[in-house]
Write a protein that binds this ligand. Structure first.
Ligand code: ZN
Ligand code: ZN
Length: 365
């Protein structure tokens, strides 16, 4: 048993409370990780609002990075002290896992949102010994120590800045993977990104890595559009523009090959479809999508394809180290997207994210 400090959500809507909690020793196939930093993701906020499980009291957080602190029985390939980035759980035995798409695991939802290990237990307890739901996306890294399945802990280059890397395990791999793994634009093609928050800006950076000819950023926030232009976007379009699909098409001389909808509302999905050229590809990666309705109609025929994206359809053990290498080579400057806060200031971090003042808050443990 290890004592840890955690931001605990006691009731729907919050606030988070900083508490001393205990974390169980790692069981078979698990490791204990001492977290260095954890990103705050929109999905955490959906769980705070009760749109997503698990129920409170719960420890959320799913963009953790840290060092392996203890290794459970039967774990190979990880040792105490290894720097790791955490990523969601996958069963590794279902059809899609075996087929090389662990982030499309058929058991993804129960494994990552049930608030428990697969056997129903939780490694997390409060100071009174009461169970806390946890294992959120295989981790619950709003705690300074977490117990994770060994496959969720991805070893990374020890020279990389661990305090910046947690969001590679969700938001940044979602945006970068939507481009590099799902849409796969060829050099010179046009990519449009609707919504340039953390996911969308990671997609802009990936599009620059892919040498897209035109990279069009669409957002309502002028600061975000300016940042997108700094990071490699070639055009910026105000999302409040009338007839947005036409405005987008104009920036690309009418040739839009790929569109990433990083917002995922009914309206943005429709814009994405209507803005895409015949035969083009559309990826929908936004987590607002739970209640979104997709109007397909005539606009979606003519060879367009629509992909739903989970975690950039990545294999985290391979993709996260690739993103770390891009960062170290200066091609994936995630430091431009991140603002750090002490864990105790999680409330301010969430408020800044909601107000659009911070692209990606990262909590330091
Ligand atoms: Zn996330
Ligand atoms: Zn699976």
């Amino acid at each position: 048993m290890t004592k840890a400090r955690a931001a605990v959500l006691r009731r729907r809507g919050g606030p988070f409370r900083i508490e001393e909690v205990t974390v169980a020793d790692p069981g078979p196939g698990e490791v204990l990780v001492r977290c260095v930093a954890t990103g705050v993701c929109h999905t955490d906020l959906l769980a705070v609002d009760g749109v997503l499980p698990p129920a409170s009291p719960v420890v959320l957080g799913h963009e953790g990075s840290g060092h392996v602190a203890a290794v459970g029985p039967g774990v190979a390939g990880l040792a105490v002290g290894d720097p790791v980035v955490l990523s969601p759980a996958a069963c590794r035995t279902c059809r899609t896992c075996v087929g090389g798409h662990p982030m499309l695991c058929e058991r993804f939802l129960p494994l990552n949102l049930a608030g428990a290990r697969p056997d129903g237990t939780s490694a997390y307890q409060d100071a009174d010994g009461q169970r806390l739901n946890g294992h959120f996306f295989g981790q619950s890294s709003f705690a300074s120590y977490v117990v994770v399945g060994a496959h969720s802990a991805v070893p990374v280059d020890p020279a990389a800045p661990l305090a910046l890397l947690g969001p590679l395990g969700c938001g940044f791999q979602t945006g970068a993977g939507a481009v590099l793994n799902v849409l796969g634009p060829a050099e010179g093609e046009t990519l449009v990104v609707i919504g340039v928050g953390a996911v969308g800006l990671a997609a802009v950076l990936a599009a620059a890595i892919r040498r897209c000819g035109r990279i069009v950023a669409v957002d309502r926030n002028p600061e975000r559009l300016k940042l997108a232009l700094d990071l490699g976007a070639t055009h910026a379009v105000d999302a409040a523009t009338d007839d947005l699909p036409t405005a987008i098409a104009k920036t690309a001389d009418g040739r839009v090959d790929c569109v990433l909808d990083a917002v995922g509302t009914s309206a943005t999905a429709r814009t994405a479809i209507e803005a895409t050229g015949f035969g083009g590809r559309i990826a929908i990666a936004g987590s607002h999508g739970a209640g979104a309705e997709l109007t397909v109609g005539l606009s979606a025929v003519f060879g367009r394809t629509i992909h739903g994206v989970s975690q950039g359809d990545s294999t985290p053990a391979e993709f996260i180290p690739q993103l770390v290498a891009h960062h170290r080579a200066g091609r994936f400057p995630i430091d431009r997207l991140i603002r750090s806060y002490p864990l105790a200031e999680i409330g301010r971090a969430v408020a800044d994210a909601k107000a659009g003042r911070t692209v990606k808050p990262v909590l330091l443990h």
